[in-house]
Structure formats: structure tokens, C-alpha cells
Write a protein that binds this ligand. Structure first.
Ligand code: FAD
Length: 402
């Protein structure tokens, strides 16, 4: 059901995070910018990646919700990122985890690598005999493929206590175990992708120049009701709505009313009075239960504590929580149960995740197509590059450009 771009009278993007900005860049690159409106509820663009008020010791901004590093293997996605952020800088991140055992305490690299494993054996006092890295061929394996003793060590000191704190409970999950990376080398970088960048001054909202031609409106929230008012009752024809706001709140017309379950994070600033973080990298994780925070963001001048929490009314939804057996049908049923609107939701695959479409038909000539993408529109945690890939893939499928 491709839409011919010649027949589109307007394009409305809801949300100015990475998903919305990628959609706007897609429109610009396909010369549809003059038709395109981008609405953002906040006064800054960038969404979860937006720049915060904390500063690092060079006076640079930092992301409001923890560091956001763009990393990808995909050359096309890298090119779109650089089209949005021509001043982006190559940047490689380091993350550590603080662990305590009967034989000592240590900051170890994360993701787990040979240095992490050596230190875990040392602080735990466990016998090292079971672990022989030479047994493994290849540099990267999943946690599931480690020998039982080393796997148990990683669970005991990192995975289990961290999950308990982050999610409020711990369920052993074989799918997750398969996805946890273990590197059998001593390279301490957080990400290994070929392309790794951050925008200048970490300001993901600084894109107005790159998106010249797109009409950007901040502090302008949009929901389904506004779509009806602006595009159906006012008689606009063949509009494309790209929704990157929470799909559940969108249909309830209440920005603070997410029906689906999420987990959130809270951030609190502090000062490193004792120099604890002087020699530490920018992100340090704390799986132990003695501290309420799971992470410290170390900006030299400022430090920021990150606390996981339940997501209640008004909180920023960060991580979708999937019950066992969750599917797109569950999502559609839950939304339909909470709205009196007639929905035509349909799921589509991009190879990594699902995204959704809907439409409103007023008469034979007037159709509004709604595309739900991004981490909130598709109710799926995704990294920046997978979010961008999803948006580009969905638009390539949906819009036939003339
Ligand atoms: C703590 C944390 C750290 C992360 N670190 C990394 C990292 O290092 N690297 C990485 O690749 N990924 C990282 N991610 C993932 C990354 O944040 C997401 O991939 C990305 O932010 C998704 O962008 P988005 O546009 O889909 O959503 P968002 O960034 O949430 O953007 C949605 C936008 O929509 C706006 N909005 C909401 N409702 C409305 C409305 N009704 N009308 C108008 N606007 C509305 C919001 O204000 C927001 O600006 C991290 C995620 C978290 C939670």
C-alpha cells in the first residue's frame, strides 16, 4: 500500500527525537521538506538523546538522560547520521562495573571481556581452572556459550544483581543470555562498531540547519485528536502522519497516559567531592544492592546518579516491559480496549523489529495514513542506529517518491 508522494498534500512528524529527525531528513533527501511539519512537545529537539544542563570538564554539554553514543556497522545509516550532524566527532566510550567479592573490590570493563573475567576470578577467590579462553574460536561469543563456571561468576557478580536493580526483579531469561556479548580479548571499548560518533557538544537537537526547509515547531504536542482536527475536519487530503510518540498515549489523546507498562530512570546531579571518579571513565555501573543508583555518569566537574524506577503518570517511559507471550496482537488489543476509535492497525517487519500502520478514511478522496515508528511508536527498545534503520526502512516501503 505505497503512497505516491505526488498525492501527498502534507507530512506531519510527531516527535523530535532521533526517529522524528531521521524521518525529517528522509523527507529532505527526497525533496519533500516543504510539505513536512515536525511537532515536538518539548522546548528542545533530540528526545531521549537531548543535551542536558550538566557539563563535562571541557564545558561540553552532556545528554540529559545519560551518554548517547551513535554506533553502527551500517554505512547508509552512518551517512544519514552525518547528514543530520555534519560536525559529529568520532568518539569511543568506556564503561566499567564496580564489583565486590570476598577477596576484594574492583572496577571491571563492561561488556565482559578477558580483563573482566580475570578480575572476577580474583575478587571471588573461585578456582580459575575451568576457564580457558583458548577453547573458544572467534572474538565474540554470547554469555550462553561460556563455560559453566565463568558463566556462573558473571551471573553472580554482574547480570543477576544488575537486572534485579534495573527491573525491580530478576527472571532468568535464555533469550537475554544469548544476547549478552562476551569478548575474548582485552579491548575495553563499550562498542566495537565500525562507525562511532557523537554530535558536536553532544547536542542531538542541533539540526535546524541540516533540516532547512522542514517546518519545525517545538512546544507543540500532537495526538490523534489533533490529527483529526487538523487533517480530517479541515479537509486536508492524503496526509502522512509519522508518529514517534508513545503509541498508547497517542490514541488516548492524553500525553501522560501510557497504558502499556514501562520502566523509567531518574537522574540526580552531584559533585565528586572526594575525587572518587577522577580516574574513572564516563560511565560506571553499580550492580550492588547497597546503593540505590545503578549508574554514575562522570563528567569531571559534575557527576550524575541514575536511578531505575517504576514508570508512573508523567514519568518519561524509557524501557517497554514485555510480559511473556507479548505480540503485536496484544499491543493492538490493549490500545483498542482503551479507545473508542475505529483502528486499522497493521504490523510490518524491518528485519530487526516491528512497526505499525493505521489509516483514517474520511471519504473516497481523503485518507490520512499513520505510521508508528521509533522506540515509543513501535513500543520497542532500540539503539539509535536501529531506530534510524526502522524509520528509513518503513518510509522506503510506504512512500513511492516521484
Ligand atoms: C538511558 C539510555 C541510554 C541510551 N544510550 C544509548 C546509546 O549510547 N547509544 C544508542 O545507540 N542508543 C542509546 N539509547 C537508546 C536511544 O535513546 C534511542 O534509540 C533513541 O532515543 C530513540 O529515539 P526516538 O526518537 O524513537 O525516541 P525519543 O528520543 O524518546 O523521542 C520521542 C520524542 O517525541 C516527543 N513527543 C512525545 N509525545 C509527543 C507528542 N504527543 N507530540 C509531540 N512530540 C511528542 C518527545 O518529547 C521526544 O522528543 C539509550 C536509551 C536509554 C534509555
Amino acid at each position: 500500500m505505497a503512497i505516491n508522494s505526488n498525492k501527498l498534500s502534507e507530512i506531519c512528524i510527531i516527535g523530535g527525537g532521533i526517529a522524528g529527525l531521521t524521518a525529517a531528513m528522509w523527507m529532505k533527501q527526497h525533496e519533500l521538506a516543504p510539505l513536512t511539519w515536525l511537532f515536538e512537545t518539548n522546548d528542545k529537539l533530540g528526545g531521549l538523546c537531548k543535551v542536558g544542563h550538566w557539563q563535562d570538564d571541557k564545558g561540553f554539554g552532556t545528554c540529559e538522560y545519560g551518554e548517547h553514543i551513535f554506533h553502527t556497522e551500517d554505512e547508509c545509516i552512518k551517512d544519514i547520521f552525518l547528514a543530520l550532524y555534519p560536525d559529529a566527532k568520532v568518539y569511543e566510550h568506556i564503561t566499567e562495573i564496580y564489583v565486590e567479592g570476598p577477596k576484594g573490590k574492583a572496577y571491571v570493563p563492561y561488556p565482559i571481556n578477558l580483563d573482566t573475567i580475570d578480575k572476577l576470578y580474583e575478587i571471588s577467590g573461585w578456582s580459575e581452572t575451568a576457564f580457558n579462553p583458548k577453547e573458544y574460536c572467534g572474538k565474540k561469543i554470547s554469555l550462553a556459550n561460556l563455560d559453566p563456571s565463568t558463566k556462573q561468576l558473571c551471573y553472580r557478580y554482574i547480570i543477576e544483581p544488575y537486572s534485579r536493580k534495573q527491573w525491580g526483579h530478576y527472571n532468568f531469561d535464555t533469550v537475554l543470555e544469548d544476547r549478552i556479548r562476551v569478548y575474548l580479548d582485552r579491548d575495553n571499548r563499550t562498542f566495537r562498531d565500525r562507525y562511532q560518533y557523537v554530535p558536536d557538544k553532544m547536542d542531538y537537537g542541533n539540526v535546524r540547519k541540516s533540516l532547512k526547509g522542514v517546518h519545525i515547531r517545538c512546544k507543540t504536542p500532537m495526538t490523534y485528536r489533533d490529527v483529526l482536527n487538523d487533517y480530517i475536519y479541515c479537509g486536508s487530503r492524503n496526509t502522512l502522519i509519522i508518529n514517534t510518540s508513545p503509541i498508547d498515549a497517542f490514541y488516548t489523546d492524553n500525553l501522560n497516559k501510557c497504558i502499556l507498562p514501562y520502566r523509567t530512570l531518574k537522574f540526580k546531579g552531584g559533585v565528586d567531592l572526594n575525587g572518587t571518579y577522577k580516574d574513572r571513565p564516563m560511565t560506571v555501573n553499580y550492580p550492588d544492592k547497597n546503593r540505590a543508583y545503578t549508574r554514575v555518569h562522570n563528567y569531571g566537574k559534575d557527576i550524575v546518579f541514575e536511578y531505575p524506577d517504576e514508570c508512573t503518570r508523567g514519568d518519561i517511559p524509557m524501557y517497554p516491559i514485555y510480559e511473556e507471550g507479548f505480540s503485536s496482537e496484544t499491543l493492538f488489543r490493549t490500545i483498542q480496549k482503551n479507545t473508542d476509535k475505529q483502528l486499522h492497525l497493521e504490523a510490518h517487519e524491518d528485519g530487526f523489529s516491528q512497526y505499525y500502520t493505521d489509516y483514517i478514511q474520511k471519504d473516497d478522496d481523503t485518507k490520512v495514513t499513520i505510521l508508528h515508528v521509533g522506540r515509543l511508536g513501535s513500543y520497542k527498545y532500540m539503539n539509535i542506529d536501529t531506530t534510524m534503520y526502522q524509520v528509513v526502512h518503513a518510509l522506503d516501503q510506504l512512500v513511492e517518491v516521484n
